[in-house]
Design a protein around this ligand. Structure first.
Ligand code: 26Q
Length: 760
């Protein structure tokens, strides 16, 4: 490692003691990139391509050091010079090339694929600006561009370029790559991100996320999910998707040919997993390339595609099921539109009058999921309940035709990032108890249950939680100017802001608790409720929910009767880095979506692994968490998904019935009380109030009374620390199932059939 001192001298003419954190970060970046270049790449015949519009990568420095197996060595070396990785890490900007769960899942999967020694790359877009940076101003969210490319990054520019034929003329692409280092196996895969050299950030109206949406060569990869509230924005998304998949398909074909495929046998060389429907134009694009450039007949091309594409569904919210007007697709790429029409005719011939499975509907709108299900060989959901709902209701018409295509692959999270990097103290404690087998592969943590009566172990568990709370408090103080009490109960809801996730229900609980404390019922241990999450700028109700929470937070702060016992904070700009501080410090994990709406959730798994107890509805993967830990070790409440699905089917939820209940009305009315209006914006508070009272489409009130009663019990239970820590231990011991290594092994077993290298 003497090289580090030499590199410092060489690059910065200074010693390690004297260079800045930024310089030290650049030095480590070079060092790791260099080491990574020397790693082997996987050459097995069949290769997976995980195509995704999002990769929510997070910082890579610590993860790469861990996976290279040189973290301790580098940290020691730095310490010898009075430096530390914790500080250096601050200089890294996180690539936020994703919105939420789906993008973070893709990144966990890449880590697991590489760490299991499978041949598989990610393919996506190199957005110049990731998900917007969130600020709060006047109790409102404001969005600013996230310039993650300023400075040096993990990207490597390659010589690879393709031509993408848009109707308005061809553009040429450039491929960038980020190495994905497998955990301690001397191998790497890659995340391949396509871009254009002509993108121009001067198009952005200074300081905003607005830009000229029509100048495609200059804006194509400028932003992740550009605002699609107008037609130009929606067109741009189609341009982005086609650009992504055309490059992906050309790359996949080229690599298969290089490895000896004649393309008729493409399925022996490639399997393409598409992350939701956003990459589903890859189906017509492969058909186009095979027929135009490789002498395939249409039927031959369809047959090949049907063997190589597999689809994962991540949502059952009907508004998130992607559909595009055929005319818009035509305007971007007429040949693709033509192929889609031809595929549509095939389906209409095979399944006459089955409108539920048609690709193009009566209004000439293309249903992306239909393309993916008919012309892929596999469709999977992301948690058992979600997959059941797909088969039994949302996608029933398809499952009836192709029962063999449908399966479940319950999501997982990479333990390398979500405990080894984010909570090293806990990782070490686990190592001391059960060894380090769990770092990779089937992560069995169940051996920890032997520590149940080990006072010393349990005590250390408690101390680690306390240390993580202090670390969070320090982080919030320095980076967000928020002061929290490190010895309070830390209760956390962090995720995208969406009505179905019901942040507004937790807000109504806070109003209840505010009244309760004013009535003299003071909590024994102070409570800190932390929110984090971004709202789509065009999603009005989500903006209003943020406003409600920020206003409540301000109101409680200025009330001396309540503030000593209850604190509410909205942590701005929630991202992977913030999650790494928040999750290890949490006592309580809020997973309170309206049953049937959250496909899986993956935050729920991260909290469990880090020793928080879950309060949840029986939705998504919560069901499987509850099943594993047993009812004594989790707090479940609320209507079942079957009941909710019935209510929607019969249009039988009437918000007034709930609003008029004596326990609920005062809470909802408080949103527009004079106290709130004094601190907030009346029109906005009123808009949310009216919505909850008269629409409440995601039924925030239906489970509210049960939620209130249960939350008070959770806080009460916390006071018996011995019993609480028993439950914490059960949660950690049962978390092994939720390793993304397990998930990836299941994808491989059931869908991909790649060669798996022997474990190291
Ligand atoms: C919709 C229409 C047009 C264009 C884009 C979209 C769009 C974009 C993003 C639809 C959905 C998304 C993101 C979905 C997502 O993040 N889903 C989450 O996926 C996680 C991983 O499987 C699950 O754990 C979460 O439950 C699910 O919400």
């Amino acid at each position: 490692m003497n090289t580090m001192a030499a590199m410092a001298k060489n690059q910065f003419h200074k010693s390690i003691e004297d260079i800045s954190d930024q310089e030290l970060y650049y030095l480590l970046l070079d060092l790791i990139k260099d080491k990574s270049k020397g790693l082997a790449t996987n050459h097995s015949k069949k290769k997976l391509y995980y195509v995704s519009a999002e990769f929510l990568i997070g910082k890579l420095l610590v993860n790469n050091l861990l996976n290279l197996g040189i973290y301790d060595q580098v940290e020691e070396e730095l310490q010898a010079h009075g430096r530390s990785l914790t500080e250096v890490e601050q200089a890294e900007k996180e690539p936020s090339l994703g919105n939420g769960g789906l993008g973070r899942l893709a990144s966990c999967f890449l880590d697991s694929i590489a760490s299991l020694g499978m041949n598989g790359d990610g393919i996506g877009l190199n957005y110049h600006f990731g998900l917007f940076r969130q600020f709060f101003d006047n109790n409102q969210q404001t969005a600013k561009p996230d310039d993650w490319l300023g400075g040096r990054t993990w990207l490597n520019r390659t010589e690879t370029t393709f031509t993408v034929p848009f109707k308005n003329g061809p553009v040429s692409s450039t491929l960038y790559e980020i190495d994905i280092i497998g955990f301690k196996r001397g191998e790497r895969n890659r995340l391949r991100l396509f871009d254009l050299d002509t993108v121009n950030s001067d198009l952005i109206q200074w300081g905003t996320i607005q830009f000229d949406k029509k100048n495609i060569p200059e804006n194509l990869t400028l932003f992740l999910y550009p605002d699609d509230s107008d037609h130009a924005g929606r067109m741009l998304r189609i341009y982005q998707q086609y650009f992504m998949v055309s490059n992906a398909a050309q790359l996949i074909i080229r690599e298969a040919l290089d490895r000896g495929s004649n393309l008729h046998d493409l399925a022996d060389y490639a399997v393409i997993q598409i992350n939701d429907t956003h990459p589903s134009f890859i189906i017509p694009e492969l058909i186009r390339l095979l027929t135009e450039d490789h002498d395939f007949t249409f039927e031959e091309a369809v047959a090949v595609v049907r063997q190589v594409v597999a689809f994962t569904n991540h949502t059952i919210l009907s508004e998130a099921l992607e559909k595009w007007p055929l005319t818009d697709i035509e305007a971007v790429q007429p040949e693709i539109a033509n192929i889609i029409c031809r595929l549509d005719r095939m389906i209409k011939e095979d399944f006459p009058d089955n409108h539920a499975v048609e690709i193009i509907d009566g209004s000439n709108t293309v249903h992306m999921a239909s393309i993916a299900i008919h012309f892929g060989f596999s469709t999977n959901g992301v948690a058992r309940l979600h997959s059941q709902i797909l088969v039994n209701s949302e996608l029933k018409a398809f499952a009836d035709i192709y029962p063999e295509k449908f399966s479940n692959k319950t999501n997982g999270i990479t333990f390398r990032r979500w405990i080894m990097a984010a909570n090293p103290r806990l990782a070490h404690l686990i190592d001391q108890s059960i060894g380090d087998q769990w770092h990779q592969g089937i992560s069995d943590l169940s051996g920890l249950s032997k520590e149940k009566d080990n006072k010393e172990f349990i005590n250390q568990l408690a101390q680690i939680k306390q240390a993580n709370k202090e670390r969070l408090a320090e982080h919030l103080r320095v980076s967000k100017r928020i002061e929290i009490k490190p010895d309070s109960i830390i209760d956390v809801q962090i995720k995208r802001i969406h009505e179905y996730k019901r942040q507004q229900m937790l807000a109504l609980y806070i109003i209840y608790k505010y009244f309760d404390i004013k009535n003299g019922n003071r909590p024994q241990t102070p409570i800190t409720i932390l929110f984090g999450g971004k709202a789509a700028p065009a999603y009005t109700i989500a903006q209003d929910i943020i406003h409600l929470i920020l206003t409540l937070s301000a109101l409680i702060k200025e009330d001396p009767e309540v503030a000593p016992y209850l604190q509410v904070e909205f942590v701005s700009n929630y991202n992977v880095t913030e999650a790494e501080y928040l999750i290890p410090a949490a006592d309580i994990s809020e997973q309170i979506s309206l049953a049937s709406k959250e496909a899986s959730g993956t935050g729920n798994m991260k909290f469990m692994l880090n020793g928080a107890l879950t309060i949840c509805t029986l939705d998504g993967a919560n069901v499987e968490i509850a099943e594993r830990v047993g009812e004594d070790n989790i707090y479940t409440f609320g209507k079942s998904s079957d009941e909710i699905i019935d209510l929607y089917a019969n249009n039988a939820y009437n918000p007034q019935d709930y609003y008029n209940r004596p326990a609920i009305k005062p809470l909802v009315d408080f949103i527009v009380s004079s106290d709130m209006i004094r601190l907030g914006h009346e029109s906005q508070l009123r808009r949310l109030y009216e919505d909850i009272k008269s629409k409440d489409y995601f039924m925030a009130m239906i489970d509210l009374e049960e939620y209130i009663a249960l939350k008070d019990k959770v806080y009460q239970d916390y006071e018996d620390q011995e019993a609480w820590l028993d439950k914490v231990l059960v949660n950690i011991s049962e978390a092994g199932y939720f390793s993304s290594d397990r998930t990836i092994l299941e994808y491989n077993e059931g869908i991909w059939h790649l060669e798996v290298a022997d474990p190291e």
